[in-house]
Ligand binder design. Structure first.
Ligand SMILES: NC(=O)c1ccc[n+]([C@@H]2O[C@H](COP(=O)([O-])OP(=O)(O)OC[C@H]3O[C@@H](n4cnc5c(N)ncnc54)[C@H](OP(=O)(O)O)[C@@H]3O)[C@@H](O)[C@H]2O)c1
Length: 290
């Protein structure tokens, strides 16, 4: 697996990470299957796992995904010293819905619980503010992360679902190493809203979320003719073509495909071996631009 640098930190991460979300929402796989998925990703060279306090079924199940990843890492027979786990806080799951909560008291508390859920023996590798809450300023909502860095609870901080202006505001509060926004063939906003260019210029890692369109759209990738055709020509899957396209778009991009099945992560991670020419990337751009 190729590697990249996390922001300008000097920390090395795999060029493709694992998205933990499908292993903890409703309809999630049995724990043994989820642990096998995480172990398979590690076997194939993944050193970046994305999670969140809110990857769970509802509020009573909060931090499920972090505990699962911690358990899988503890049970892994190989070397986990280079693995970076990037978690998030700032979303709530009342009755399984998704709501924002940028209340600094809540964020202080959830950072502590995430720290414990991820093992409680070393700082959280990366903590990301999940999505801006209009009820609190960016300065108010990022202050707990800054405090946690100073206390040694968090090593690096990232943001998610942020505009360029909001990223700049966050950087006035605490050093930011990564940005995580939606980016896939159906949503190419990072190309036009300036976020991708900003990350590239400023040396921040960009994690495209739902890189394959998310669980509801992933099966529709076959319907995008240029993607299906390139997959056929190269003898690879449509998922690998999409991930290779994202990797080709910018050196700062580290896609984090989600998986709950072994076959999904096994397939997705081989995308780092698929190379697209500039003309092929442009063809996908043309057919997926809205
Ligand atoms: N920051 C945010 O607001 C935000 C929002 C959404 C997601 N995320 C993060 O981004 C990650 C990825 O997003 P996502 O999980 O929503 O969507 P995704 O990665 O676009 O798609 C995941 C789905 O695609 C299927 N899949 C993946 N690779 C496949 C392959 N090679 N072949 C066949 N099926 C494949 C998986 O199926 P199986 O489950 O059957 O394996 C899974 O259900 C999440 O896990 C999470 O870490 C962040």
């Amino acid at each position: 697996m190729e590697t990249k640098q996390l922001g300008s930190t000097g920390v090395t991460i795999s060029a493709i990470g694992l998205g933990g979300m499908p292993m903890s929402l409703s309809g999630r796989p049995p724990e043994s299957q989820a642990i096998n998925v995480i172990h398979k990703a590690l076997d194939l060279g993944v050193t970046l796992i994305d999670t969140a306090d809110s990857y769970c079924q509802d509020e009573s199940d909060k931090h499920h995904n972090e505990r699962l990843i911690c358990k899988a890492l503890q049970q892994y027979q190989g070397d986990i010293s280079q693995v970076t786990v990037a978690t998030k806080g700032g979303l709530m799951r009342p009755n399984g819905s998704w709501t924002r909560n940028g209340n600094p008291d809540h964020l202080r508390q959830t950072i502590r619980v995430s720290f414990e859920a991820l093992g409680g023996t070393k700082p959280i590798d990366v903590w990301q503010y999940h999505a801006p809450d209009p009820n609190y300023t960016i300065e108010e909502a990022l202050a707990p992360a800054k405090e946690a860095v100073d206390e040694g609870l968090i090593r690096f901080v990232g943001v998610s679902n942020f505009s360029v202006e909001q990223i700049k505001q966050a950087r006035d509060v605490v050093e930011i190493v990564s940005v995580q926004n939606q980016y896939n063939p159906w949503n190419r906003q990072p190309e036009s809203d300036g976020v991708l260019e900003y990350c590239e210029t400023e040396g921040l890692t960009f994690f495209p979320w739902s890189p394959l369109g998310g669980s509801r759209r992933v099966s529709k990738l076959e319907d995008i003719a240029v993607i299906a055709q390139l997959a056929k020509e190269k003898g690879v899957s449509v998922y690998q073509i999409v991930l290779a396209w994202l990797l080709a778009k910018s050196p700062c991009i580290v896609p984090i495909p989600g998986a709950s099945k072994l076959s999904s992560i096994d397939d997705s991670l081989h995308a780092s071996e698929v190379k697209l020419s500039e003309a092929e990337v442009r063809k996908i751009d043309q057919e997926t631009s809205s």
